[in-house]
Design a protein around this ligand. Structure first.
Ligand SMILES: *Cc1c(COP(=O)(O)O)cnc(C)c1O
Length: 484
């Protein structure tokens, strides 16, 4: 195994006088510089830009790009993130000039094609959700949560009801309590039971007339479908509360179960997860929300609407709306890719996605769970959470060491240390787009790593230019500029 050397920075490769720009003599009439730029705003020395040949620059960036892990180059079992294949056809369609060259300030009459697509997407997302109305505006799942909770808050306020609490399971994604807090509610934690599901007794104990919303992820972050959902919905509704679904795990139930039928009143989608929008670099995403009839008046304005004559328009005339949560139409690039994905699959295809995602996760789980125990028994949905607890106890090897070592085998690490209810968690989501061979080879790698000596694992990765940066420092004190 060889270690990559860290490529030099462009600044370090710079040679004075080298360059590629060959500019013709300036044909703009010469004017004194002071007339163009006030003297006190002119710099005294030229900026220290690197000087390089074009080929050096091309190689530099091309080689840097190969240091990235990506869906197109590596298996990427990042739990909860649904890193499925991003069909290239969707990229081509999204780049069609008729779509790409549009400007949000164009007159609506010239945006009819785009508005028709967005309108259709609203309808489709409502149908998949089994709910009545959709807003495409939120820019990510987290913003969808916030928007939906603001909708709920407005709904209660207009009823003169001052409920103050949002209940959230301890297995939830961190964005759930953050959204509850930002929208003015108090977040109340509900425990998980020994099966990794909502602890029904704890839920009943904390449910009250102060409960505005219960935020549920189903299947939950342990990859388990909570069959108590209908009972929970009934109890909640009887007290006047609303059931929210964190839809990040829709990949497991697409076309199989409609959230509305589970008793869900409002939810968000993550099109960059479920509907194949590329999101390896952290964005962009989208976070459409779907809600029941009685919440629809409060959705962000505008929404895409259709006149009796068939013409599409942006409906701003929504007096009860919470207002805008994002500029223009939402992240249309991501929404459009989601639309292409859904339309190319069709209803049967969507259902097969969920079935194959669940099958792949269960197959992979069966290949590794002797060595990487999964604390919650039984079949999983689209992902499973294994624990490295026994390695930690026996050999001092932690989930982090396993994740880092996987890089040496050219595999992206699974999500680790989430959900918080599993210690030394390795959250593995293979998605439906991986072949049986890829799953088997990943299982072999995991088993091989389990047999390696702790020292090798503590020092992994061995094959990257940088091995283990201080992650807290890297996030809190990033060095973003070159100092010569
Ligand atoms: C990804 C995720 C979110 C947040 O969605 P973003 O689109 O990343 O903002 C919320 N909940 C769960 C369970 C998730 O996996």
């Amino acid at each position: 195994m060889y270690k990559l050397v860290q490529p030099p920075l462009l600044f370090e490769s710079s040679r004075a006088g080298r360059g590629t720009a060959v500019l013709p003599p300036c044909d703009v009439p010469d004017r004194p510089l002071d007339e163009l730029i006030p003297a006190d705003q002119q710099r005294l020395t030229p900026p220290p830009l690197p000087e390089l040949g074009e080929l050096d620059v091309v190689r530099h960036y091309t080689n840097l790009s190969t240091l990235n892990m990506s869906i197109d180059s590596n298996f990427y079992p990042l739990g909860s993130c649904t890193m499925k294949y991003n069909p290239k056809r969707n990229e081509r369609l999204a780049a069609l000039p008729g779509l790409l060259a549009q400007h949000p300030y164009q007159d609506e009459s010239t945006l009819q094609g785009l508005l028709a697509i967005l309108y259709d997407l609203q309808e489709i997302l409502a149908e998949i959700a089994g709910l009545d109305a959709v807003s495409l505006q939120p820019a990510a799942g987290a913003q969808g949560e916030l928007t939906a909770l603001l909708v709920a808050a407005r709904y209660f306020r207009e009823k003169g009801d001052s409920r103050s609490q949002v209940l959230i399971p301890d297995s939830a994604h961190g964005t759930n309590p953050a959204s509850a807090h930002l929208s003015g509610f108090d977040a109340v934690t509900i425990k998980s039971d020994g099966r990794g599901l909502v602890d029904l007794e704890d839920f009943k104990a904390k449910l009250s007339d102060q409960t505005a919303v219960f935020m549920m992820t189903n299947p939950n972050t342990a990859g388990l479908f909570d069959p108590q959902v209908r009972e929970i919905a009934d109890l909640l509704h009887a007290r006047g509360g609303l059931l929210y679904l964190d839809g990040a795990n829709m990949n497991a139930i697409l076309g199989v179960v409609r959230p509305g039928d589970m008793g869900v009143d409002l939810m968000h989608y993550n099109p960059h997860k479920t509907f194949s929008g590329p999101h390896g670099g952290g964005g962009p995403g989208a976070g459409p929300i779907a809600v029941r009839d009685r919440l629809a008046p409060f959705l962000p304005a505008p929404i895409v609407a259709r006149k009796a004559g068939g013409e599409y328009y942006l409906d701003h005339d929504r007096p009860h709306s919470i207002g805008r949560v994002r500029s223009f139409f939402g992240n249309t690039g991501v929404l459009f890719r989601a639309y292409c994905y859904i339309r190319s699959q069709g209803p049967q295809g969507l259902k097969r996605i969920a079935q194959h995602a669940v099958l792949n996760a269960n197959y992979l789980k069966a290949l590794v769970d002797d060595v990487y125990p999964v604390p919650y028994d039984g079949p999983c949905m689209h992902e499973f959470v294994a624990s490295a607890r026994t390695f930690a106890k026996d050999k001092g090897v932690r989930a982090m060491d396993i994740a880092k070592r996987l890089i040496d085998y050219n595999v992206h690490a699974p999500t680790i240390y989430f959900p918080l209810i599993v210690s030394e968690a390795l959250m593995i989501e293979p998605t439906e787009t991986e072949s049986r061979e890829t799953l088997e080879s990943f299982a072999e790698i995991l088993l091989a790593i389990a047999a390696e000596d702790p020292e090798t694992l503590h020092r992994a990765p061995h094959t990257t230019p940088i091995s283990r940066p201080d992650e807290v420092k890297a996030a809190k004190q990033p060095v973003l500029s070159w100092q010569g």
